[in-house]
Design a protein around this ligand. Structure first.
Ligand code: ADP
Ligand code: MG
Length: 365
């Protein structure tokens, strides 16, 4: 009977994940620098929506509300932000492909979410490290039934050119260098090598990192010990280039070229996700290097999570609105508030059932 309850729990859980859909958009609001917990132009933060306070021509305050699958306010911790992505990480070991993106203007907190701040501690490490730690922990738990091989890859896309960040050989003739790893410590070493390589050849590292996409990919290959059956899954953790628009009248030369490449690839990504969210028959993968590279992990059974970051400063308002509009375009939520409500009602019901099953399990132990 215990097994049956466990099985039922797992079934409900999967049902809940299905209801949440394969494309999710979460919003994270950065705190005002130097003022923890302050919201700036962000008027209110609910679990699934945020409101911006803007003023109109006649000086009246205007509230604009945007809806997401989940919203994290300025006081949300790295741990809280990660806890919702945990089921996605687990699905990689079951053979699913997953993409997690950080989108937003430069300075909005993308790198903070994915990697953490400059001086990382156990509390402040980002999604990348937590995801890998979880993977290694889970495969240890499953080691009596499945053998897993894990390897990682780190790429940078700059001006539509792909560069391997884990190549020790500077010629970089090929990319897709997969490095086998057996512990989170291995991965940390590779990540710092990647960071160093990213800085090479650029005079201002921060500039470069805000104008290129970086992608950490973890490939998982599993073999079931009893049957010999194999499975493959992978997760792409992508810190996107800054989404800010540049004033074309002010930039020329290399800067203009960079801006055009970023613009092109972010809108190509938006087009792909929005085509998938609307279940269109044609998905335009071929319009950028980023979407070509991730093609196998976007759509189909693959799961996508986009963290949309916004800065609360009044000066950032224009970019914040355009970021939120991008987010709305790629999310399914706007397709029908009624459906979204119905779904969140069903999710709530499932959550309650799961909680009561968990209590049963605890009692049976
Ligand atoms: P981006 O990668 O989008 O350019 P960063 O992640 O570098 O932005 O964030 C800009 C600055 O704001 C950094 O100093 C970072 O540590 C800080 N920051 C970003 N998000 C948060 C947060 N949620 N809590 C505290 N500090 C943050
Ligand atoms: Mg960054």
């Amino acid at each position: 009977r215990y097994q049956k309850v466990l099985e039922e729990n797992r079934k409900l859980y999967n049902q809940m994940q299905d209801l949440k859909g394969n494309i999710r958009v979460y919003c994270r609001v950065r705190p005002l620098i130097g003022q923890q917990n302050s919201c700036g132009v962000v008027g209110s933060v609910e679990e699934e929506s945020i409101s911006l306070v803007t003023s109109s021509k006649n000086g009246k305050e205007v509230k604009k509300t945007f809806t997401f699958n989940k919203v994290f306010g300025p006081s949300a911790t790295q741990g809280e932000v990660f806890s919702d992505t945990q089921p996605l990480i687990r699905s990689v070991l079951d053979g699913f492909n997953v993409c997690i993106f950080a989108y937003g203007q430069t300075g909005s907190g993308k790198t903070h979410t994915m990697s953490g701040p400059d001086n990382i501690t156990e509390e402040t490490v980002g999604v990348n490290y937590r995801a890998l730690r979880d993977l290694f922990c889970l495969l240890e738990q499953r080691k009596d039934t499945i053998h897993y091989d894990i390897s990682v890859q780190m790429l940078e896309i700059y001006n539509e050119q792909v560069r391997d960040l884990l190549m020790t050989d500077a010629s970089n003739k090929r990319y897709a260098n997969l490095v086998p790893v057996s512990s989170t410590a291995d991965v940390l070493n590779l990540m710092s090598l990647g960071q160093k390589n990213r800085a090479v050849g650029s005079t201002a590292m921060n500039d470069r990192s805000s104008r290129s996409h970086s992608c950490l990919t973890v490939h998982v290959q599993g073999r079931e010990l009893s049957s010999g059956n194999g499975l493959r899954g992978c997760i792409h953790l992508v810190d996107l280039a800054g989404s800010e628009r540049v004033d074309k009248s002010e930039v020329t030369g290399d800067r203009l070229k960079e801006a055009q490449h970023i613009n092109k690839s972010l809108s190509a990504l938006g087009d792909v996700i929005s085509a998938l969210a609307q279940k269109q028959s044609h998905v335009p993968y071929r319009n950028s290097k980023l979407t070509q590279l991730l093609q196998d992990s976007l759509g189909g059974q693959a799961k996508t999570l986009m963290f949309v970051h916004i800065s609360p400063e009044p000066e950032a308002l224009g970019e914040t609105i355009s970021t939120l509009k991008f987010a709305e375009r790629v999310s399914t939520i706007e397709l029908g508030a009624a459906r979204a409500n119905k779904e969140s009602g069903e999710v709530k019901e499932l959550k309650e059932q799961i909680a009561s099953l968990k209590a049963t399990i605890a009692r049976m132990k």
